[in-house]
Design a protein around this ligand. Structure first.
Ligand code: AMP
Length: 396
């Protein structure tokens, strides 16, 4: 249950409100290539403006390691926000993030004005959650709002430390929405509930598999992590990505699924290549991969096999691509799974990161129930962890 106060539970009129957003968007030559996170932050910002707050936005971008770095300035985000909000979003580029110019501006702000601070990670104290920076941030405002779901798994000055110095700390609408979908999916899914896990490594998803096995009716495995499971079952895997030290764990998980009556689906054929390159694939005739080849995507029989389980699902949670979808020749597994999810009559939740990027890139984002804006944060949430940036917010 989401039991945190939101902006709707407090009075923001004429107050300085510091809003931690996740504006960590991809940039190419200074241009924003994916606005999802900016668009995701708009409902909270609009609500605050409509309710006459003085809005101070902050976020990190990339990993500047505590130093000013022009290529990681949030200036392009301020421009994009100005366009979306149809009003000026003030931006003062300060290497120290908060300086006298910023403080003077903030002090003189009138209600409905907006300022975006510079990249919080230009300050070395940010990622260490050091008090000096937390206090400087807190001194700008009377109220703190966290809406940075993508950074909620990090205890930094602008996500956690700041709440020690601002009594009123509530959630924005994006965090509320993310937890509604991810939380309800995990706690009370409509059945059958199927999880699809893919991506490169088993080790990244171990805790997620463990946590989900007790909740799902079926688990579908694809991507690089499938080969460790296949090896555990005695199949030959050629030169595919393998985590030798996780083979025993894979055996245990397969047994656990059996004991719990959870269907555990592994690929029954593959698109394979001799090299890790975007070359035309060979398709295997069964789950074995010949010597000298590596599996880079699931095969057509597997796509059909997975689809047959997904067609009957009422809730589907997907995290991680089915193959190296960045290569055109090895994108079909991911594409077909995305297409199936787009067309079934079920609640479909896409965990962030690569699967969200794949769904967007393949043009299916409108047809999904929810696409998470958090990669690491949604994974940690799916592991059953409490996210520090959410834990510190005021309870209802
Ligand atoms: P993750 O960040 O763990 O979700 O992994 C995503 C990455 O896994 C993507 O960049 C994919 O290219 C990669 N991936 C998926 N399938 C394979 C595979 N069969 N072999 C190697 N890498 C893969």
């Amino acid at each position: 249950m989401f039991n945190k106060k939101t902006v709707k539970d407090i009075d923001v009129t004429n107050k300085h409100v510091l809003v931690r957003c996740d504006f960590n968007v991809p940039l190419l030559d200074g241009e924003i290539t994916d606005e999802t996170r900016i668009v995701g932050a708009l409902p909270t910002i609009k609500y605050l403006i409509e309710n006459n707050a003085k809005v101070i936005l902050c976020s990190h971008m990339g990993k500047p390691k505590g130093e000013y770095n022009k290529s990681l300035s949030l200036e392009p985000v301020a421009k994009k926000l100005t366009e979306h909000l149809n009003q000026e979003v003030e931006f003062i580029s300060a290497a120290e993030v908060i300086n006298d110019e910023v403080r003077n501006f903030v002090e003189k702000m009138t209600s409905r004005q907006i300022i975006l601070l510079e990249n919080t990670r230009f300050r070395a104290e940010e990622t260490k959650n050091e008090e000096i920076f937390s206090k400087e941030l807190a001194a700008l405002a009377e109220v703190f709002v966290n809406d940075a779901f993508g950074t909620a798994h990090r205890a930094h000055s602008s996500t956690v430390g700041v709440t020690e110095f601002l009594e009123t700390a509530v959630s924005g609408f994006l965090i509320e929405k993310e937890l509604k979908f991810l939380g309800e999916t995990i706690e009370s899914p409509q059945k059958p509930f199927i999880a699809i896990l893919g991506g490169a490594k088993v080790s990244d998803k171990i805790k997620v598999i463990d946590n989900l096995l007790g909740k799902v009716d079926g688990l579908i495995i694809g991507g690089g992590m499938a080969y460790t499971f296949l090896k555990a079952q005695g199949y030959s895997v050629g030169n595919s990505l393998i985590e030798e030290d996780k083979v025993d764990y894979a055996k245990e998980m397969i047994q656990k699924a059996k004991d719990l009556g959870v269907e555990f689906l592994l690929p029954i054929d593959h698109r394979v290549s001799k090299e890790f390159k975007d070359l035309p694939p060979m398709i295997t005739s069964d789950a074995n991969i010949p010597d000298g080849y590596m599996g880079l995507d699931i095969g057509d029989m597997t796509i059909g096999f997975y689809e047959s389980l997904l067609l009957g699902a009422k809730t589907v949670l997907w995290n991680g691509p089915m193959g190296v979808f960045e290569f055109e020749n090895y994108a079909s597994g991911t594409f077909e799974v995305a297409k199936t999810l787009a067309n079934i009559n079920a609640v479909t939740i896409i965990g962030g990161g690569d699967s969200a990027a794949a769904v967007t890139q393949l043009g299916f984002s409108e047809q999904m129930t929810h696409i998470s804006t958090g990669g690491g944060a949604s994974l940690e949430f799916l592991e059953g962890k409490v996210l520090p940036g959410i834990e510190v917010l005021n309870n209802k």
